[in-house]
Design a protein around this ligand. Structure first.
Ligand code: PLP
Length: 466
């Protein structure tokens, strides 16, 4: 039995990238299927997991175990020092979660990923990991509500301040905000709920001239519709609760390290100071995070400091659900984006609808960016502004029958919400109005129902409200 389980361990500890970094489990990324010739749809089903290391199980097994037998004293020591890869305790690594991390890293085009309990754990860990030790951040105001709240009123409690800009695509406006202690810019690739698109390429080019990192929340578009790393993003975060999981049945988040950014450029002491957690005191070997994880120092630090010390671990059962969701990500994204565009076009013709926000529309100011970055669709989220006041919004919410009134996006079911009261409630009103999130706004997340049924449902609810 012992030999068999040792073999099983070998099978799930792939890979060329991780080994020479002497990492603990699953750091360093790379996947068992990384052939760039394989299409996204194929990799969504196969990347990061080899059934033959897992008794041939075609479905990634749920390793429902808090800890893993270390076999013998010597292996225990090698595991704990990071000399060999392997699993010992599920807070820092679990085989089911590991498969999910490898698949996401592969699909996003990164070198390593760390799965977390929720999207906000991913956003917070990534921002703190970049700015820790008194650094500053720059961000636009049209962000997910909790992200704004974290940067605006919570991180300052820990000495981390954010300089907000009105328009993240105004590169000159962003550049003048860069100070010696600025560490990173944070933006959403497709903003929730305005669907404004961040022009990643020129922003990344400018930031890299200053040695500042670009962290992108890619939740709304998912890696199927858009891969920010291909245009220069250094770190990608997701709420995998949304389109990646896709069925609204598990929370999750992930931080993906592109492996491209030089964290030793002098702005980030946390990557160049020697630390015991990546050193071997008995052997007199002292290292910093850039030395310990040369391919993916950012993911290494998120795992070894943030996940290890703050918890927020993704459970193996949730990782399993996210892996199932990923299998159909391309098909779901395509259909939902197509339907969202059809509904956005329809809403432009509906009486009492003042404005439709969807960057895939010809009337949208961001249509050129949609064409440049998102040729397969802008995603399932759109929003629209109703004539009148909040009472009309409330009546539509109460009158829909096919749409569900739910604070979520990227689900197989179509969802409706009033952001000003629910998902963006914690955003200061000045920021909300700059982002177009006022009391007359409704946000939709389009699912897989028949488009005609969704359109008829909206038509009857809006007619009913006036
Ligand atoms: C939902 C969401 C988050 C937060 O994710 P949770 O999984 O709910 O913690 C972060 N960013 C965006 C863009 C989101 O839509």
């Amino acid at each position: 039995m012992i030999n068999e389980s040792a073999d099983m361990f070998e099978g799930c500890l792939n890979d060329e990238v991780g080994r020479d970094t002497a990492c603990p489990p699953n750091i360093g990324g790379g996947a068992s299927i990384t052939e760039t010739s394989l299409r996204f749809e194929t990799r969504a089903l196969h990347a990061g997991y080899d059934p033959y290391g897992h008794n041939g199980s075609m479905s990634v097994p749920i390793y429902q175990s808090a800890a893993f037998a270390m076999h013998d004293a010597q292996r225990g020591d090698s595991l704990s020092s990071g000399e060999i890869e392997g699993f010992s305790y599920s807070r820092c690594g679990n085989p089911t979660v590991d498969a999910f991390e490898r698949r996401i890293a592969d699909l996003e085009g990164g070198v390593s990923a760390v799965a977390l309990a929720s999207g906000m754990a991913a956003v917070s860990f990534a921002l703190l990991c970049a700015a820790e030790g008194g650094g500053r951040l720059i961000a636009p105001t049209d962000l997910y509500g909790a992200s704004i709240d974290a940067m605006e009123s919570f991180f300052p409690q820990f000495g981390i301040y954010t300089d907000f800009v009105d328009d993240i695509n105004d590169i000159a406006q962003v550049e003048v905000k860069i100070r010696p202690d600025t560490r990173a810019v944070f933006a959403e690739s497709v903003a929730n709920p305005s669907t404004r698109i961040t022009d990643i390429k020129p922003l990344a080019d400018m930031l890299h001239r200053h040695g500042v990192a670009l962290i992108v929340d890619n939740t709304v578009s998912t890696p199927y519709l858009f891969r920010p790393i291909e245009y220069g993003a250094d770190v990608v975060v997701h709420s995998t609760t949304k389109g990646i999981c896709g069925h609204g049945n598990a929370l999750g988040g992930v931080v993906v390290d592109s492996g491209n950014f030089n964290w030793s450029n002098g702005r980030f002491p946390q990557f160049t100071d020697k630390e015991l957690s990546v050193s071997d005191e008995r052997k007199g070997i002292w290292r910093n995070f850039s030395e310990a994880y040369p391919q993916a120092p950012f993911a290494g630090r998120v795992r070894i400091k943030y996940l290890h010390n703050l918890g927020a671990v993704m459970s193996p059962a949730n990782a399993y659900l996210q892996l199932i969701g990923l299998e159909t990500l391309p098909q779901r994204c395509r259909q939902a984006s197509e339907t969202a565009l059809e509904i956005a076009r329809h809403l432009e013709t509906v009486p009492h609808v003042e404005h439709v926000y969807y960057s895939g529309l010809d009337s949208s100011q961001d249509k050129p960016l949609a064409d440049k970055y998102l040729p397969n669709g802008v995603g399932p989220v759109l929003s629209f502004r109703l004539e009148g006041d909040e009472s009309h919004v409330n009546r539509v919410v109460d009158a829909v029958k096919v749409f569900s009134y739910v604070p979520n996006i990227g689900c197989t079911h179509s969802l409706i919400v009033n952001p000003a009261r629910i998902t963006h409630r914690e955003v200061p009103s000045a920021y909300r109005s700059a982002a177009g999130v006022d009391d007359q706004l409704l946000r939709l997340s389009i699912g897989l129902e028949a488009p005609k049924d969704l359109i008829a449902d909206l038509d009857q609810a809006i007619a009913d409200a006036y």
